[in-house]
Write a protein that binds this ligand. Structure first.
Ligand code: KIV
Length: 271
C-alpha cells in the first residue's frame, strides 16, 4: 500500500513524502459539511476551503468580497467532515496584504476557530513579510502564484499568466523565495505547462497545478466546476466529471410534477 492511502491523516509532511516518491497529490475545494464528507471519504489528499466560495457559494463575480468570518464559517463545516484529508483555508482578500501583523492574526483566527491544518495566501515577494510572520507562529502556509484571482483588478483579465519571459522569471524567483521562507507547498494557477514543470522541478516542496499542465506534483480543481454544478465557467483546463446542474434540474422538475399531481407523497410516504 502506498504512503498516502494508509495514513490516518494527511499532513504537510505526508505531502512532501509523496513528492519525494513521485506520487501525485489530489486536491479539491469544498465549502460545506455534506460535500466535504464525500470528498474526504473518497480519499482526496487535500481539501481547499478556497475563497472561490465567494463565486460558487455566494454568487459574487470575484473572490474579493468574501470575509474572514465567512471563510471561517465554511472552513469550520469542512473540518467537521474531514477525517483524513489535510484542510487548507484561503486567507481572503484584505486580511494579509501589506500588514504582516494583521496577516498573523487572520491566520491565527482560522487555525483557532476552524481546526484547519494550514492556510493559503496569494502572491510572492510582496507578501513575504506576512508569510514569514505566519510561519513564525507555527502555522503551515501554502503559496499561490500565477493567476492569483484576488489581483484580478490589477490583471484586468483571467487569461494565462507568465507567458512573457519577465513574468515567468519573476514567478520562478517567487517560487524559490516561498520555498526558502518555509512554505510547505505552492499552487500554480493558469500558467504554461512547461513553466509549471520547471518550477516543480526547481523546488523540493509540492507544487499543485490548476491549469498548469501535468508536470507538477498534483492537481486541484474547484469541486462545483468538476461536478458540473456550475455552467458559466468553462476554461480549457476544466474536466467535468458529471453534469450535476442538469441532473439536479431534472430531479427538481420531477419533484414539482409529483407535488402538483399529488403523486408525492404516496401511501408509503405518510403516517
Ligand atoms: O479559491 C480557490 O478555489 C483556489 C483554487 C482555484 C486553487 O484558490
Amino acid at each position: 500500500m502506498s504512503v498516502h492511502t494508509n495514513v490516518k491523516r494527511v499532513t504537510t509532511h505526508v505531502l512532501s513524502e509523496m513528492k519525494l516518491r513521485g506520487e501525485k497529490i489530489s486536491m479539491l475545494t469544498a465549502y460545506d459539511f455534506s460535500l466535504a464528507k464525500i470528498v474526504d471519504s473518497a480519499g482526496i489528499d487535500v481539501i481547499l476551503v478556497g475563497d472561490s466560495a465567494s463565486n460558487v457559494m455566494a454568487g459574487h463575480e470575484t473572490t474579493l468580497p468574501i470575509t474572514l468570518d465567512q471563510m471561517i464559517y465554511h472552513a469550520t463545516a469542512v473540518v467537521r467532515a474531514a477525517k483524513r484529508s489535510l484542510v487548507v483555508v484561503d486567507l481572503p482578500f484584505g486580511t494579509y496584504q501589506g500588514n504582516s501583523i494583521e496577516a498573523l492574526s487572520s491566520a491565527i483566527r482560522i487555525m483557532k476557530e476552524t481546526g484547519a491544518g494550514a492556510v493559503k495566501i496569494e502572491g510572492g515577494r510582496e507578501i513575504s513579510e506576512s508569510v514569514t510572520r505566519i510561519l513564525s507562529a507555527g502555522v503551515p502556509v501554502m503559496g499561490h502564484l500565477g493567476l492569483t484571482p484576488q489581483s484580478i483588478h490589477k490583471f484586468g483579465t483571467y487569461v494565462v499568466r507568465a507567458r512573457e519571459e519577465e513574468e515567468a522569471n519573476r514567478l520562478k524567483e517567487d517560487a524559490l523565495l516561498l520555498e526558502s521562507l518555509g512554505c510547505f507547498g505552492i499552487v500554480l494557477e493558469k500558467i504554461p505547462a512547461s513553466l509549471a514543470g520547471e518550477v516543480a522541478r526547481s523546488v523540493k516542496i509540492p507544487v499543485i497545478g490548476i491549469g498548469a499542465g501535468p508536470q507538477v506534483d498534483g492537481q486541484v480543481l474547484v469541486l462545483h466546476d468538476m461536478l458540473g454544478l456550475t455552467r458559466e465557467f468553462s476554461p480549457r483546463f476544466l474536466r467535468r466529471y458529471l453534469n450535476l446542474y442538469e441532473e439536479i434540474e431534472q430531479a427538481v422538475k420531477h419533484y414539482i410534477g409529483d407535488v402538483r399531481s399529488v403523486d408525492f407523497p404516496n401511501e408509503k410516504e405518510q403516517y
